[in-house]
Design a protein around this ligand. Sequence first.
Ligand code: IMP
Ligand code: MG
Length: 211
Amino acid sequence: MIRKECGKSGAAGLMTEILQDGKLEIENQAALDVERVLISENEIVERVGELARMIEADYKNSGNKLVLLGILKGSVVFMAELMKQIRLPVEIDFMKVSSYGGGTTSTGNVEIKLDIRRRDIETSDILIVEDIIDSGRTLSYLVDYLKLRGAASVRTVTLLDKPSRRTVDFEPDYRGFEIPDEFVVGYGLDFDEKYRALPFVGVLKHKVYEK
Ligand code: IMP
Ligand code: MG
């Protein structure tokens, strides 16, 4: 554990927490925009291991190809950890959809920006990998879409879930962490394309998106 004196402001506590993970210096501007660390990198890696064990148990006798379908761009860090930890042959694919624009609330529409291209979709078990479920619109739309495309099976795994924000009835098959209704960044999640590279999930300071 690394500790560093950072002065007496609120940032000092934050930096102590971050430095416990040994990853960031106080000079990192992205980390300074974070109010507090919600989930550390170690906690995420451990939880992803648990998810991987559940996924292995559910798919090991399937007979189909297991395809992890990452939803760009927020899922990439979680997806990389998950594919390393699943001890089954997996293929990967990506789709890009947009429902959010530049703000912190959903526009309500789901638009496909990059589609999945597979000839073997009928013999593929598609596991959609998402960073976070908020209203639930993105994933409920995508599950229906991939079933219509004829996938052998469609399930969902999300790193984070904000159940209190649902506007459509949707439950993921696998979830990493339930979190409160706060805007979070890091571990792939962005605000306006920033903060994705932070190695933890943190609550963004309100002043960042209120200015
Ligand atoms: P849904 O369709 O409302 O469930 O939206 C899910 C998408 O909204 C995610 O893939 C994220 O891109 C985005 N999103 C929702 N909440 C957050 C957040 O707290 N931080 C960053 N992105 C978020
Ligand atoms: Mg996103």
